[in-house]
Design a protein around this ligand. Structure first.
Ligand code: ATP
Length: 329
């Protein structure tokens, strides 16, 4: 009987539970023993795991977060930590691990694969910032959460003729800010991938729209642009709100959406994609194939060598930005 394991690592994302469920059920239905490792690589090093069965994953497909908990571990990145993890795998008879997480987690999966423990990565991260994938688990739910939150903010923005600067997640990638910005009709959108000028891209745009009679404004800002804001003398979204108010006379407020973006029941798309990816990953391990990352490209599920996947780059579709700027005026 084969033994495979599953863990979640890095930031949690809605849909991780659906992926765990798919791994466990695919494993069990194909005659494997499936172990659930708690708290990512930290739990792996401590041997914190238990045997799962078909019923262990009942009633989780609709829940956000991860039933296996997640963690980040510096110790795992050291040679001693890695050796601890390998010893635990050998003792428990683990032949392969499905690692659900982001780029950092895949680096750990690559290192384990290099040392003889087959690993398959499943992209679970709200940021959609994994180069080999068009889509990552959690992204759709997060986008919809942001849209819902900003729609609520819009109600009060409109009632008071205000400007709201809304900071959303995305340290290195602007997928969330750009797509949510379009969906909520933001007047300006700032993302890490683009150079911007506060004067040209916010103040001037607002001034133009004011002339056409617009009196309330939503500006969506990815958290990763702060360095570029600082370079223009503005430290953070609260300072940006004050600057807008001072320059345009529009009462302005800043809201940082924060961790509310990570939670909540996964969307239909996240549940379906996570189920497909989890099952695909388990089949790879059951066939003795490791060192792969499962990806979605043009709606198809496929897999890449982890080294290749980690060396790939992807760029955001800036034509989407142009469209947003043309119509949110
Ligand atoms: P998110 O996109 O949510 O940040 P992530 O998987 O990229 O998810 P990280 O914190 O970067 O999150 O990585 C998760 C864990 O993977 C780390 O805590 C560490 O244990 C392991 N890891 C990260 N980078 C490496 C590396 N270069 N080598 C080995 N292990 C790594």
């Amino acid at each position: 009987m084969k033994t495979i394991a599953v863990l979640t690592s890095g930031g949690d994302a809605p849909g991780m539970n659906a992926a765990i469920r798919a791994v466990v059920r695919t494993g069990c239905e194909n005659g494997a023993r499936v172990l659930g490792i708690r708290r990512g690589y930290a739990g792996l090093m401590q041997g914190d795991m238990y045997e799962m069965n078909l019923r262990s994953v009942s009633d989780i497909i609709h829940r956000g977060g991860t039933m296996l908990y997640s963690a980040r571990s510096k110790e795992f990145c050291t040679e001693a930590g890695m050796q601890k993890a390998i010893d635990v795998c050998k003792d428990a008879g683990i032949e392969g691990i499905v690692v659900i997480g982001g780029d950092g987690s895949f680096r750990g999966a690559r290192d384990l694969s290099l040392r003889g423990i087959n690993c398959v990565g499943v992209p679970g991260t709200i940021d959609n910032d994994i180069a080999c994938c068009d889509y990552t688990i959690g992204y759709d739910t997060c986008l919809n959460t942001i849209m819902d939150m900003v729609d609520r903010i819009r109600d009060t923005t409109e009632s008071h003729d205000r400007c709201f600067i809304v900071e959303v997640m995305g340290r290195r990638a602007g997928y969330l800010a750009l797509n949510a910005g379009i969906a909520v009709g933001a007047t300006s959108i700032l993302i890490p991938e683009m150079e911007f000028s506060i004067e040209r891209d916010i103040i001037e745009r607002m001034r133009r729209t004011q002339k056409t009679g617009k009196e309330h404004f939503i500006i969506v800002v990815a958290e990763g642009v702060n360095e570029k804001l600082v370079a223009q003398g503005i430290n953070g979204v609260s300072a940006l709100a004050k600057y807008v108010e001072h320059n345009l006379g529009v009462e302005s407020r800043a809201t940082v959406l924060g961790h509310v973006q990570r939670g909540g029941s996964p969307s239909c798309k996240d549940r379906v994609v996570a189920s497909q990816m989890g099952s695909y990953a388990a089949h790879l391990l059951l066939n003795g194939i490791g060192n792969r990352v499962v990806a979605m490209q043009k709606e198809a599920i496929l897999d890449y060598d982890i080294f290749e996947a980690l060396n790939m780059t992807k760029s955001i579709d800036l034509s989407l930005y142009d469209t947003a700027m043309e119509i949110s005026i």
